[in-house]
Design a protein around this ligand. Structure first.
Ligand code: NAP
Ligand code: FE
Length: 365
């Protein structure tokens, strides 16, 4: 019998304008808030306006750190940490895609611990990070329900995650209105990231009965959006399904972790500037082909929930959604495979993943 625990402490509030309707929920975290966002998305999405209204309605003071970059670096979160140490907020309200949400987790930790950003990777902190309220404006990472913060480490030329259970956001507000203005290409890239979490989580060695329930539901919801994703036109229902599927993907990987798809994808993002979801998408067809040997029934379930005949159809759809991808040299393939071997997520994949396996996946992708 499998031994496992299931822990998902984030309160999910789903619905339109619930940030305004349930603004009193914020008061239990204190009277001083640091807003953490990227440059534009919080404003463009309408979420920042709502957040400021919600904070003002409860008499909560706030300051705004709006300098989170895409794929935030250690230096970027250090700057946010400095602002937090000066301002001494009681909690953080993070708005954006995975980048601001992940940066907020690092900033929440640096705010209460006098450590360097490199020391975040100790995954052990003397002081509890500040509470985080998360408002996703992309439907992809699921960071609003994970304890993971993925940061770019220029010195190591890669991305790596740190995590402690206290980093699960306290509340996640899911309002599809905040994703309505996402350009089609970002909608597709982030949707493919959500799919990769659901599929990698379901096919992970660490999958458990409980995580399977979330993964299956998410994959089925995602399947209902395939036509919209291909055509690039999204109804409010499509936006809502993608957002919920993304959150279900986050709940799934909170328990299973991801697999070598994410580990390899980090190099594609770091060296070729390929958006995170698209990088995963490039690899997923080959990942399914590899995994089929070890978990054929599970791969067949994924295809059936997506309504697809076989892996070739799956690979073709993901490729179509990803648009242009990149050609890798043999030297790059060897280097990225070697780098990925250092990541613990490789071990969550089925079978015995070797450098040769990863090179083959990259070559065939
Ligand atoms: P992102 O880097 O947060 O955002 C991508 C772009 O989309 C940015 O230019 C952003 O603008 C813009 N944008 C966001 N929301 C928008 C909206 N509603 N309307 C218009 N533009 C919008 O992308 P992401 O894919 O969501 O997050 C990627 C990061 O998350 C990566 O670092 C990845 O490694 C990480 N990740 C984390 C987890 C986890 O469990 N924590 C899981 C998977 C991936 P701004 O720059 O103005 O914000
Ligand atoms: Fe991801």
């Amino acid at each position: 019998m499998q031994t496992y625990s299931f822990f998902m402490p984030t309160k999910i509030i789903h619905g339109e304008k619930e940030l305004l309707t349930q603004a009193q929920q914020l008061t239990r975290f204190g009277g001083k808030c640091l807003l953490v966002t990227g440059k534009n998305s919080a404003r463009v999405s309408g979420a920042l306006d709502d957040a400021i209204k919600a904070l003002k309605s409860q008499g909560i003071k706030y300051e705004h750190f709006d300098r989170v970059e895409s794929n935030p670096s250690l230096a970027n979160v250090a700057a946010g940490g400095e602002v937090a140490r000066q301002y001494e907020p009681d909690f953080i309200l993070a708005i954006g895609g995975g980048s601001p949400l992940d940066a907020a987790k690092a900033i929440a930790t640096l705010a209460t611990n006098q450590i360097s950003p490199e020391e975040l990777y100790s995954n052990e902190f003397a002081h509890t990070p500040l509470p985080i309220i998360a408002i996703p404006t992309t439907a992809g990472t699921g960071s609003e329900v994970t304890p993971y913060s993925i940061l770019t480490i220029p010195a190591a030329e890669t991305k790596r995650s740190f995590s402690v259970p206290e980093l699960f956001p306290k509340i996640a507000f899911l309002d599809r209105r905040y994703t309505e203005r996402l350009p089609v290409s970002i909608t597709r890239d982030t949707a493919v990231d959500a799919l990769s979490h659901l599929v990698e989580g379901y096919l992970s060695r660490r999958a458990i009965g409980t995580s399977d329930i979330f993964a299956e539901r998410g994959i089925r919801l995602w399947a209902q959006c395939i036509t919209a994703l291909r055509e690039g036109e999204f109804s409010p229902e499509d936006r809502d399904r993608l957002l919920v599927a993304s959150t279900l993907g986050g709940i799934t990987i909170s328990h299973t972790g991801t697999t070598f798809v994410h580990s390899l994808g980090y190099s594609l993002t770091y060296y070729h500037d390929i958006p995170h979801g698209r990088a995963n998408g490039m690899l997923m067809g080959e990942y399914l082909r590899y995994t089929q040997e070890y978990a054929p029934q599970r791969v067949s379930n994924v295809l059936s929930w997506l309504g697809l005949a076989d892996i070739s159809e799956f690979a073709a759809i993901v490729k179509e959604l990803s648009g242009s991808v990149v050609e890798l040299t043999d030297q790059e393939i060897k280097a990225y495979a070697a780098k990925a071997m250092g990541s613990r997520n490789v071990g969550y994949s089925q079978g015995e993943v070797t450098e040769a396996v990863l090179q083959k996946v990259l070559r065939n992708s």
